[in-house]
Design a protein around this ligand. Structure first.
Ligand SMILES: [Zn+2]
Length: 296
């Protein structure tokens, strides 16, 4: 023990000699207070960085991406060849309301509607005579999202997509009949499924979507209304009809109203009885004293 102590002491002595022997200039422990100049620079640098235009974002009319206002310029003040934004082949479409309407493309430059700004990146590209890779005119135009395609539930989105890449398993926990928690697990399909006719039959859908319901009782209509698995038949029919009229990839689609009428308001459910809490004990925080997770 004594030997160990001696060894340690000699090591400390060595270190102290090392430090003392280095010829570093001695530094005063307390640094000098800030000069008025550096104080002014620090404060004005900070106030410039927190200006509201460094945080506010707005869209770029050329690429449609959200950009901070400090990096945007007014489109009409920037000089470049406007013809760069006019595509050689039509890539836009005027919305059709019925099958007898002609397919027309929007005339002129492809720009984001109601937007008058351009981002620095698009401006630099256009001023050197190049079409920006992210620009809407470079085949990325999709148009405004119509009301028919807004607010679709997760299952409704699955019913209208022509290509399915994944198997999905949805697990909904409900305990005490008060709170609900849902998890979705997706696995990629070995080969993507492409549908010539939509919506798929219920059996077809059950091959790519499984729904497990875990709770103390068999789920009732009230619980179903809160899940992301509702199917509103008229909403799906309207979305498919709109896509067939307006989306080039849906033009040859067959809409199977018979399949749609087979769907109940909710897709097939496997029910498992459970009285416990819906919380995962391994991922619960120490200060988490709620009985269950989820929405009331
Ligand atoms: Zn842009």
């Amino acid at each position: 023990m004594q030997k160990l102590r001696d060894n340690r002491k000699s090591r400390v002595d060595e270190l102290v000699t090392d430090i003392l022997s280095t010829n570093k200039p001695t530094r005063k422990f307390l640094p000098h207070p800030l000069t008025e100049d550096s104080l002014y620079q620090t404060i004005s640098g900070y106030t410039n960085d927190v200006q509201v235009q460094n945080f506010l974002e707005s869209g770029c009319a050329v690429c449609g991406l959200l950009t901070t206002k400090s990096c945007l310029h007014k489109l009409h003040t920037v000089a470049f060849d406007r013809n760069l934004l006019v595509p050689d082949t039509p890539i836009t479409r005027v919305e059709r309301r019925c099958a007898s309407d002609h397919i027309l493309s929007q005339p002129g430059s492809v720009l984001l509607p109601h937007c008058n700004d351009i981002c620095v990146e698009c401006m630099d590209n256009l001023q050197t005579g190049k079409l920006p890779a992210d620009s809407l005119a470079n085949g990325l135009w999709i148009g405004e999202v119509p009301s028919e395609l807004q607010g679709l539930s997760w299952t409704e989105n699955m019913l209208i997509s022509r290509v399915k890449h994944n198997y999905c398993i949805v697990k909904v926990h409900l305990s005490g009949m008060s709170k609900m928690k849902a998890n979705v697990v997706s696995h990629s399909l070995p080969m993507a499924k492409v549908y010539q006719a939509l919506p798929p039959t219920r059996e077809e859908l059950s091959k790519v979507l499984a729904f497990m319901y875990i709770g103390p009782n068999v789920p009732t209509q009230k619980e179903f209304q809160r899940t992301p698995l509702l199917v509103r038949r008229n909403k799906v029919a309207m979305a498919l009809e709109w896509l067939k009229l307006n989306h080039a990839d849906y033009a040859d689609l067959e809409i199977l109203y018979k399949n749609l009428s087979e769907y109940p308001p909710l897709v097939v459910v496997n029910f498992t009885q459970s009285m416990g809490s819906n919380k995962d004990p391994e991922s619960t925080a120490v200060n988490d004293d709620e009985e269950d997770e989820g929405t009331e």
